[in-house]
Design a protein around this ligand. Sequence first.
Ligand code: PMP
Ligand code: GLN
Length: 364
Amino acid sequence: MTGLANQHQAINLSQGFPEFDTPAELKAALARHSQAGFNQYSPSSGAPALQQQIAALVARKYDLTIDAAASVTVTSGATEALYVAIQAVVAEGDEVIVFDPAYDSYEPAIVLAGGTAVHIPLLAPDYGIDWQLVQSRVTARTRAIIVNTPHNPSAKVLSFDDVQALKALLIKHDLLLISDEVYEHITFDGHVHWSALRDPEIFARAFVISSFGKTFHCTGWKLGYCVAPPALAVEFRKIHQFVTFSSFTPAQLALADMLAQHPQHVDELSAFYQAKRDVLVSALASSRFKVLPSEGTYFLLLDYSAISDLDDVAFCQYLVSEVGVAAIPLSVFYQTPTADQVIRLCFAKEDSTLIRAAEKLCQL
Ligand code: PMP
Ligand code: GLN
């Protein structure tokens, strides 16, 4: 869709990446560490300075004390961490529960491990999880559940009750949790991010995965991490060692400096993106789209059923070529596409870009 947006010179609200730059102090730190000669391999589990800053962030945000060296593994993006966690625990014949709409890398990683993804659909307009349904899909072969909160693409944030239901299920059936928390620092309207790191009983069986790309506006650096109890981290590292071994050293050191010296960046992220969401939502107020709630992430869903009968893929093709706005059709995030007439917009853009896009959408 980004290719199509470029081809049609459309405003690109499709793929999730910020239009604005990563902070100047982070770019300066990257250059500084490279100039100073830190250009060789880091230890496989990550530069110790960054592991420690991640552990400090976990303690500050989630009140959990972890052993940085034993629990934190730095990876080449959250995508690598997801892949590695899945390869580490899923074996031939295992089942993994995945909620649709889902980020697209889960299923291929499960299939490559010889497992089967058991898809549970979440439906418009609220995309909530029916925990009774989840319970009914657990079998003797179920090995793990993949949860993503705040959720791409629905922008839903799991509630405390959701997390309690999840915990009960994990314990009852002795399951592992792969918790994709890449948007952990982007929640709105007072929604609390109930990280798996907040609850020791959940964390005891979890791989908690995050991405610096989302937090520090540097998706192209492809740096993320996995926090897991030491015994699970050992299994994770058996795979990570032979997938990438280690990740880009100067960026690891730069992110360690950033976390240590500019803690407010993380703390201010929710307000920063909430303001952007509000710019987009108010600019769409006079449109015929139905704006669905965005509780977190930098995504907003729009229901266009009052505007067109096209399916969502055709509607997005029309939007990019005729209207000049690129969006993502929601059906691509489902194993069995739904008939929901819903598209996803990314609002990690300059306010002026959001307003220009909304002006075009208001004409429909
Ligand atoms: N999970 C989700 C839900 C995402 O939206 C993304 C971003 N594309 C990722 C994982 C992957 O993050 P990264 O770019 O750090 O690999
Ligand atoms: N996470 C981003 C999104 O959902 C995209 C990453 C990618 O293009 N693979 O748009």
